[in-house]
Design a protein around this ligand. Sequence first.
Ligand code: ADP
Ligand code: MG
Length: 324
Amino acid sequence: MILDVRNISTVFHLRRADIHAVKDVSFQLFKGETLGIVGESGSGKTVLCQSILGLLPKPPVKTSGHAYFDNTDLLDCDSKKLRQIRGNQISMIFQDPSSAFNPYLRLSEQLIEPLISHGYKSRKNALEKARIILSETKIPQPQKRMYQYPHEFSGGMLQRAMIGMALITNPRIVIADEPTTALDVTVQARILQLMKRLQNQYSLSIIFITHNLGIVAGFCDRVVVMYAGVVLETASTADLFNHTAHPYTKALIKSVPSIDNSKDSLYMIPGMPPDPAARLSGCPFEPRCRYRTDKCLKSENRLRETGKNHFTSCIRVLESELSL
Ligand SMILES: Nc1ncnc2c1ncn2[C@@H]1O[C@H](COP(=O)(O)OP(=O)(O)O)[C@@H](O)[C@H]1O
Ligand SMILES: [Mg+2]
């Protein structure tokens, strides 16, 4: 195990209300694996990862829980150590590469910044490392391209450069937050291929946040399904699709458009996700669930094992009243 996340809850204390964005989330990440975190937008995926890395402003945000990385609790260590881990050992790739780069600086400066700030003495060596990493991400003519500005790159190229920047310090974990959502599908496929190759080369563990189940199926080993700030199901990718254990997961899978479905069979989950300011009891998916009963409102909403390494919080599945 390389990262052990336990009982993370994050609340935004705003003037108008308290937003409970993440509620008691636990998961583990193992060496070399790709863990998908999937859920509709607003389900708390980004806030969860920002909480783990301490990237949210302390007031108004309050995070509780633990995230153990190499016996260090990331939620309970001094800011200097956290910054060191964040730059060196755990790095992030964001959805929008154009906002991750400074438009006024050449790519070279931005690529070597994490090296220089983590003690790399020689600028020449750092630049050489930047050139190597750019060529590994298959950016053509890296020696020339690295001295250009972000606006001279296409979206796909810039996303490659951001992946390069995330890997330049040889991190052990990469957290990728919807890294291909802004790209068209052919570019997306190439970026995913690139990430797989670099994952093997650098023996990385990847947390891959997405709302796209197609990507989960093709790219992730294991999956955490989030809804309204809580985890509803976690399983290996094969089990998630073949032995789905939560009605929400079932509905998500059903709502993936498929080429052979006719137009009128496009499925949409009825209703809307709950208001994050409301304090709910029981299963948060209950109002939208076609299998709901009175006991769902009283359920503890705690993950329990339904198969080997397969966990769900659906009380009806756990009590064998329902099989999906
Ligand atoms: N800066 C913020 N201030 C207040 N609420 C926020 C802020 N960022 C996120 N949230 C709320 O937290 C919840 C989870 O958001 P987020 O983690 O961004 O979802 P996801 O990444 O799954 O789309 C949402 O209800 C969102 O409105
Ligand atoms: Mg997000």
